[in-house]
Ligand binder design. Structure first.
Ligand code: BG6
Length: 427
């Protein structure tokens, strides 16, 4: 059984996502030798209580061994002495600053902690811009190597996001309509009702575009517009996603009409935020894939904090048939739309006109709904899927370093555009 080491074991990521995911996997038979590693000096009881509060799973808490140490050679050497298997998954549940990750990679490498069957898991953000992302990727390459690193963008392991591939490539009805000839526009929504909580220090240097669009939303955009990969392999997926990402640009290449940003009222008073901050907490960007099959289709991405709904969704709207049976009124027919609701409903909806409304003498729209949850069936969380993928070394749902670089190449010029800050509006 491999070791699973949560580095940064008392942080929010560990408590809110990793421990609960480990607990659910444990209940269904995926087990590890569990370790918590961190700088705070907890007694075994104190740490066990942290895991119990996070998971309500005493059996799992009892299996954890907590090791105190700094994220340096001495700390990792102390940890090494406690590991019962040479092969480990090191999950870095820490703020991913370049300096910290780099120091950890060096220690893991120098202390020979990363065996050919080990894995180091690094969460986004991968750098804060193109230059720092390249530095991080170089550091990985020059220490333990890409093959022993698993990069996590948790959106890619959400169940409905994983299903995009099946939906798109196992259904000829969609496959044949998937281009600018039939698709009018695409909208990707990732809005939240909460603010920045206590993440002011991180968020104020980051903003909505770098926090959510650079990674999660661009990954969704590339999955929804990429061509069919030659085979079901990570290599072929990367190839097609890259071909999309490399050809993405702001819609019509026009910054002014394709970029809107806002900042929520009261943001500047949040803890850790500069009182003069011009960081955006909301953004609407419109992109297009500059390829013959996509040119002219706006891909609108909307994200932000403190908005009216927590919603994560992809909407693909089809062109209307203006030559339909109802003559001049064809334009009044609701467009067909495919909606992939990732949150809150976990469902796929196809909006079609299938009922005739005699009062208006026109068809009206109804939704065909395909739900992925009901009261008997609970779908796996993104983090359960991340850990299951890592355990089985499945690399389809992880961003490659090329994609991360391409994503920064697209985002850097937008956030550094001379008119960027002038666009900020309070909401
Ligand atoms: C994270 C961002 O990557 O995604 C957070 O850093 C954001 O700011 C979160 O709240 C949203 O994730 P989810 O899964 O709740 O949509």
């Amino acid at each position: 059984m491999k070791n699973f080491v949560v580095v940064g074991a008392s942080g929010d990521l560990a408590k809110n996502y990793i421990f609960p995911a480990l607990s659910n996997l444990y209940k269904t038979g995926t087990e590890f030798n569990y370790y918590g590693f961190g700088r705070t000096d907890f007694t075994p009881d104190q740490f066990s209580q942290i895991v119990t509060i996070a998971t309500d799973n005493q059996q799992l808490s009892d299996r954890f061994l907590y090791v105190t140490g700094n994220y340096d050679h001495a700390g990792f050497a102390a940890l090494k002495g406690k590991l019962i298997n040479p092969d480990s998954i090191f999950y870095l549940a820490i703020p991913t600053s370049y300096e910290l990750v780099s120091a950890i990679l060096t220690s893991l490498h120098d202390l020979h902690l990363v065996t050919p069957d080990s894995m180091v898991v690094i969460e986004k953000p991968f750098g804060t811009d193109l230059a720092s992302a390249k530095l991080l990727m170089d550091r990985i390459k020059n220490t333990i190597g890409y093959s022993r690193v698993f990069l996590v963008d948790h959106y890619l392991t959400k169940e409905l996001v994983k299903n995009i591939i099946t939906l798109r490539f196992a259904n000829p009805i969609f496959q044949n309509l998937w281009s600018n000839k039939f698709i009018k526009d695409i909208t990707i929504v990732a809005t939240e009702t909460k603010g920045i909580d206590d993440r002011g220090q991180y968020y104020d240097k980051t903003g909505a575009i770098r926090d959510v669009i650079q990674n999660h939303c661009l990954q969704l955009a590339s999955l929804i517009t990429m061509c069919q990969p030659e085979a079901f392999s990570p290599h072929d997926f990367v190839k097609e996603k890259m071909s999309t990402l490399k050809n993405m640009r702001l819609f019509l290449d026009d910054f002014d009409s394709s970029v809107s940003i806002g900042q929520y009222r009261g943001y500047r008073q949040e803890k850790g935020v500069d009182p003069q901050s011009t960081t955006e907490t909301k953004a609407e960007l419109i992109f297009e894939v500059d390829k013959p099959q996509w040119r002219g289709v706006p891909i609108k991405i909307i994200t932000g904090k403190k908005l009216s709904q927590k919603r994560t969704e992809i909407q693909v709207t089809f062109r209307q048939n203006l030559d339909c049976l109802w003559g001049d009124k064809c334009v009044l027919l609701p467009p067909n739309r495919l909606t992939i609701n990732i949150f809150p409903s976990n469902e796929i909806r196809l909006t079609i006109n299938s009922e005739f409304n005699p009062a208006q003498n026109l068809p009206t729209a109804v939704d065909l709904r395909l739900g992925y949850t009901d009261e008997n069936q609970v779908i796996r969380t993104a983090y359960e899927n991340v850990i299951a993928d890592i355990a089985a070394d499945i690399r389809i749902n992880t961003p490659s370093y090329q994609e991360i670089i391409a994503q920064w190449q697209l985002i850097d010029p937008i956030v550094h555009h001379p008119n960027f800050v002038a666009k900020l509006k309070e909401y």
